[in-house]
Design a protein around this ligand. Structure first.
Ligand code: NAD
Ligand code: DAU
Length: 348
């Protein structure tokens, strides 16, 4: 095998798209999906590629240093693309310690495993996937650049910022070859319906309230998940070392406008009277410490690596709604069991 790439968090939302892209596009690479299968991990996301000869799955928690060492040795890992994380801001507010355990401690374990196994660090890449939330909240216009100082505001973003710092510290201290990318909000197939877009699609379908935090004025910059996976492919292969790239869609939306748009699209697709789903919109208590606006300046990756989003939001959001409506079994599967408990505790 040309490369043996460990992709962590491959059973999750973004990770499953990255695993699929690499397995299909690079048959000469061995792809090892390492995931502990938390509530957010779902092997059904990869059922179409699970029998491919270059795909392997290891059910491992990145908090388990011994198990990581065994995976590196068994599969002779040459590179890492690290996505495994606790990823939902609301959960980080009620349970910050889980975010420290996986996002900080787990990342350091993985760095140690890579450093220990590779010994000669030349020719191996540790690629860490991070978020624009590490830069904090924009209040007076402007965009996040790669040089924007870190200013994380939630326990989630604090844990991701910490993991980014550890990755850079391992590059500086031990000479590990690393790269980090910080991406804006992703949307698309396979996203767990605790995040705004799939939650609203699920609730509109079932005619349940659409909880909009505060006044719905907060702004996010949305990118179709397959475009993020393409950017990861481009960065991984660019030969850049100890560098950082911002990834974003140049696509800012207020939350309330996204929710209204979803109502209109779904009324049309479900043959309901246009405007009827908007009656489900319910303004609820704001998220604690809710960041006002995120917006990425993705000029560097565009200029230096030639990547840009391939889908407009209008096309991407239609595809996304179609996917959720066409994958009822997936949606029913992930919203059974613990989901009901989470939903009841979080939304009352
Ligand atoms: P997700 O919650 O959908 O998936 C996370 C995956 O990690 C799951 O499969 C889960 O089982 C696995 N995992 C969690 N804890 C683990 C542990 N201790 N050991 C092994 N596996 C574990 O998350 P996502 O939205 O796909 O995000 C993936 C990565 O991208 C995260 O690092 C996140 O911070 C980053 N990111 C996400 C977005 C976004 O909009 N979703 C944007 C930018 C960056
Ligand atoms: O910016 C990148 C980040 O985007 C990623 O790092 C995170 O992993 C990912 O979860 C996402 O974080 P957000 O907090 O922006 O995403 P979420 O879908 O949870 O919320 C989007 C916006 O919608 C945010 O302003 C909060 C609001 N919201 C969210 C939910 C779940 C609501 O108004 N109601 C809701 O029920």
């Amino acid at each position: 095998m040309e490369k043996s790439i460990l992709i962590t968090g491959g059973a999750g939302f973004i990770g499953s798209h990255v695993v699929r892209l690499f397995v299909k596009k690079y048959p000469s690479y061995r792809i090892i999906n390492l995931d502990s299968l938390t509530y957010a991990g779902n092997l059904a996301n990869l059922s179409d590629i699970e029998d491919e000869p270059n795909y392997h799955f290891a059910k491992v928690d990145i908090q388990d240093a011994g198990a990581l060492e065994r995976v590196f040795s068994e599969f002779l890992i040459t590179d890492v693309i690290h996505l495994a994380a606790e990823s939902h801001v609301d959960r980080s507010i009620t349970d910050p310690l889980s975010f420290v355990k996986t996002n900080v401690f787990g990342t350091v374990n993985l760095l140690n495993a890579a450093k220990g196994f590779w010994k000669d660090l030349e020719g191996h890449l540790f690629y860490h996937i991070s978020t624009d939330e590490v830069y904090g909240s924009l209040h007076d216009g402007g965009f996040f650049l790669e040089t924007t100082p870190y200013d994380p505001q939630s326990p989630y973003s604090a844990s991701k910022a910490s993991s980014d710092h550890f990755v850079r510290a391992y590059a500086n201290t031990y000479g590990l070859k690393t790269v980090i990318s910080n991406c804006s909000n992703n949307y698309g197939p396979n996203q767990f319906p605790e995040k705004l877009i799939p939650l609203c699609i699920h609730n509109i379908k079932n005619e349940k309230p659409l909880p909009v935090y505060g006044k719905g004025e907060n702004v996010r910059d949305w990118l179709y998940v397959e475009d993020h996976a393409r950017a990861i492919d481009v960065i991984f292969h660019a030969g850049v070392i100890n560098d950082t790239f911002n990834i974003g869609g140049f696509n800012e939306w207020k939350n309330i406008d996204i929710v209204r748009l979803l109502c209109q699209i779904m009324d049309r697709k479900l043959g309901r009277e246009i405007g009827s789903s908007e009656k489900l919109i319910t303004f609820v208590k704001d998220r604690a410490g809710h960041d006002l606006r995120y917006a990425i300046d993705a000029t560097k990756i565009q200029r230096e690596l030639g990547w840009e989003p391939s889908l407009t939001f209008e096309v991407g959001i239609e595809k996304t709604v179609d996917w959720y409506l066409g994958n009822e079994a997936w949606l029913n599967g992930v919203t059974s069991g613990d989901y009901q408990k989470y939903y009841a505790e979080h939304y009352g």
